[in-house]
Design a protein around this ligand. Sequence first.
Ligand SMILES: [Zn+2]
Length: 316
Amino acid sequence: MAVNRTVLKILAFALLMLTIRSSVSGQEARNAPAPEYVLRIEVEPGDRQYATAITNLLNRYVPVMERYFFRVLQDTISVRVVSPPEFQRRRLPSWAAAAYFPGQQQILVQKSGSGIQLALLERHFVHELSHLFFDRTFSRQAEIPLWYNEGLAETWRGCQIGFWEAAKLSYWLLSDNLLSLRQIGYLHRLSKSRAEQAYLESCLAVRFLHSYFGDAYPREQFYHDLETMGWKRAVFALTGLTEAEFEQTWREELARKYTWSIFLQLDSVLWIFMVVIVIISFFLKKLWNRRRLKAWEIEEQYREFGEQKTSDDAES
Ligand SMILES: [Zn+2]
């Protein structure tokens, strides 16, 4: 019974054969090849804006990811948008907002409580879409460590090292609190703050590994080697390093770049310093004015008292 109600609640087992790309305009739409995948989106009544937003995101990102992963999607992309209670029933970490289930080949998106937030939806959805591509691209993915999968997903999400990220990296390095690449393999058991650290480190590790690509060894070659040789040998072929040596070299690179990076972000530091100075000046000025007013009040009282005393003396 409950199942039937759930089925009824689902508005559209909307099987969208994407023969037109809604986000591209006239001429572009005529030139763009029709996607070869089938999109199946499940949303509850009243959440059709999620279906539209997700369709637009797929139109935008699938062609780019197809080029990046050297793989054209020809099967079904299944996406389901669910309420927070239903999402939490899936035994996902409390900090998760979307997830990809390789078994069902489905992306699950948690609705935000306060209406659709497009920028947030894009960040989470693109991360999961990268997992979907990873899953369809690498058949020997059991050998590939989680940090590479998560790092790629974070790269798509647009991981950036701004002031706060640099500050955190600096702190982790100085306090010897950097997660090892092996620890990132247990991402789903980590607290929210440690998981955020794992995502950031994954992204930087992928960036470092990819810095070895060049004309002699392009990314396409690496992906081919991953399929034919497996992870360890492919990493060695690319970098000339074993996994342990790669991690050590990457940590040294992080230490070199980020241990004192907080002080290198002078623009931000100066900006914060100036704001603090302005706030302190404001309160000092306010305090000084108050003291000045008090002094005037006291002065006034003495003057009044003096005048009164003079007039009293005159009468006597
Ligand atoms: Zn992920």
